[in-house]
Write a protein of this length. Sequence first.
Lengths: 231, 403
Amino acid sequence: MKYAAALIALTCIMSAAVVQAQEAQVSLKSPHYSFDRQTLIRGAKLFVDRCLTCHTLKYLRYSRVGEDLGLSKAQVKNMLMAPANAEYHAGMINTMRPGDATKWLGAAPPDLTLEARYRGTDWIYTYLKSFYVDSSRPSGWNNHVFPHVAMPDVLAMLGGERDRQGKLIKQGSLNQEQFDQVVADLTAWLQYTSDPSKIQRMSLGPWVIGFLVTLSILTYLLKRVYWRAVH
Amino acid sequence: MKGLTDWINDRLPFRELAREHLTEYYAPKNFNIWYVFGSLALLVLVIQIVSGYFLLIHYQPNEDAAFDSVQTIMFDVKWGWVLRYTHTTGASMFFIVVYLHMFRGLMYGSYRKPRELLWIIGFIIYLTLMAEAYLGYVLPFGNMSFWGGKVITSIIEAVPYVGDWLGSLARGGFGIGTPTLNRFMGMHVVLVPLVLIALVAVHVLALHKVGSNNPDGIEIKEHPGPDGKPLDGIPFHPFYTVKDIFGTCVFLTAFCAIVLYAPTMNGLFIELANYTPANPLKTPPDITPAWYLAPFYAMLRSVPNKLGGIGALGLAVILPFFLPWLDRNPVKSVRYRPVYLGMLAVLVISVFVLGWIGMQPASPALLLPGRIFLGLYLLFFLTLPVVSHFEPTKQVPQRVNMS
């Protein structure tokens, strides 16, 4: 055991030294939100209003969202089923045809169901807050995190317009704190869509772990009883 | 009930098997925590077979459907996420458990005579496991699956003369697609697991023939009592079964905590770059392997010449097979071999650093460290015959220590 501990310690020191040599990347900011029902419902509404026109969530069914967020079928229909072709038991797709999107925007908007896993929540949060006005781009927008992205700043009406240096050039309808909250809600929603099992996992977790810890204690006591004969 | 068991036992050797391998298999009484990982590896094998079977029901080995079928498991199949996260966590836990098991063998000299064959079979199991893991990694057909599949099958192409033919044979054509998924699934689900199960059975048989080593590295069979049973041995059942059940519960607690609270382990157990479908036109910025293959990937990359890299990799994989004969010291356990302890420390550090390098984007700055630690890894094996011949050792006790 002693040797093992010494080995592990040595390895940690070595790895730390190598890690130090690496340079820091573009710094991403972390959103602040609590992963709960209210946050997710706010995020879902925002997504349907601002994003679903172009981006799909094809793996996630409306019915599943209703189940997970405790919404009735009627509530889901009123709140979330905005696209004309939306079906309760189908995935969250939109009316836009991929060909049209490429024609209008220059690139087809990706499906975002798994985006939070693929890019990370910090990336999404920072990306949505990193748009700036750039007249050289076809959309009139550019982004610090994703340079030359085809997507315009769809949240500019809320957060305002900024120049390249980050100076606010046109006030939005929300102040900074409110806007950060909106983007955080959206991020939370995309975290949910990338892995809806999280809700189930969190509620099962304490029971499963509690059971196994109890079982570990009991089996340890059992082992002690048997091993009295050896010692 | 008694009549039935007697009836069966008269016709099948269950009673004899149970005696030979459990109730009258004598194991040293001084096993410590390091001796739990063999049983745990067997447990993970069962977990993988069961969870894999249920995943197979829903999986589609088709380039247009594979990725979506995995998402169907995650989003639509009832408890599908339990199946997939159990399988992905199981893959990494398999390697953690096997690495700890191998490290235990290195520490206490479990590879030494009379356990040479046991070690060799174990190492073949480890290599087979790497193949199994790689094949499974390609199946979800995310973009990393695609490019990982491309990189590894292109390594085969470096074989002189028949390389191109072998590469096409492995992929089922020139590119990675449905034929690749079909044959990878066949190997991942049927062929390799059958080989694994057979090897594990032989590994256990070999162990029970020669008996277990122990942390002191001395043979308990050399000190039999008047009844012929080793004085320092205890029957595997009930003593080690009850101990391993406790170990299993602790292990399952950790396992379930990962499945429930951190299934991707921050990208280590499930690579996040694989959350986008396979795209032959979109090369990922960095193609990095899963953590358990990373040390070997680093070795491969640290030699810029393709054939040279494969040569270095081959050497790194072949040398451990000769370990039982490379080590010439009569003392087995690291407890009584301070010099060997130092060498082992260098080996473990080299593997860790190589693993870290293997997971970094390819960069010229990491070329030299990669070569140094590859060199240190190889030197462990190459210097052992000389060092083990001259190294000073501590006094080895006659009988095992209970600590």
